[in-house]
Design a protein around this ligand. Structure first.
Ligand code: CO
Length: 146
């Protein structure tokens, strides 16, 4: 089942500068931010928690990162919307049953979650991520607005 919007992700050229911008926009303390490197995707990720959801800022770690390719093609901006699910395998089967094909099988992603993506051509040009918390999730910082 889909539970909520987990995060909205934005591709950025410089993570520190983007974090400062969003921190100022949202009015959060520096401690409300968590930074993680996801080696498999060659990205550095900055998470800002806002209530039940997060903003995820994505900076490429190398020129062959999928985010570097996105930035070269589109520039900075909205990259994907992530939906939290409690059973990503079941969701994959459900999607296939309605003829929607994920880009890959569920794999390890940021925050110690299992993730998969749907191609934007399936979903009105919006890249969608499905994310399921694992047994030992990496906990995010306190919400920005607490
Ligand atoms: Co994401």
């Amino acid at each position: 089942m889909i539970k909520k919007i987990d995060h909205i992700a934005i591709a950025v050229q410089n993570l520190e500068s983007a974090l400062e911008t969003f921190r100022n926009v949202l009015g959060c303390a520096p401690g409300a931010i968590r930074i993680e490197e996801v080696a498999s995707e060659k990205v550095r990720v900055g998470f800002i928690t806002i209530g039940e959801s997060k903003i995820e800022l994505l900076e490429p770690m190398s020129d062959d990162s999928p985010i570097a390719k996105f930035l070269a093609k589109n520039g900075e901006g909205m990259h994907h919307i992530a939906l939290a699910t409690d059973d990503i395998e079941k969701e994959t089967d459900r999607l296939l049953s309605v003829n929607i094909h994920p880009l890959s099988l569920p794999k390890d992603g940021a925050g110690g979650k299992k993730i998969m993506f749907l191609h934007p051509k399936e979903t009105n040009k919006v890249l969608l991520e499905f994310a399921q918390k694992q047994h030992q999730p990496i906990e995010d910082k306190a919400a920005c607005n607490q």
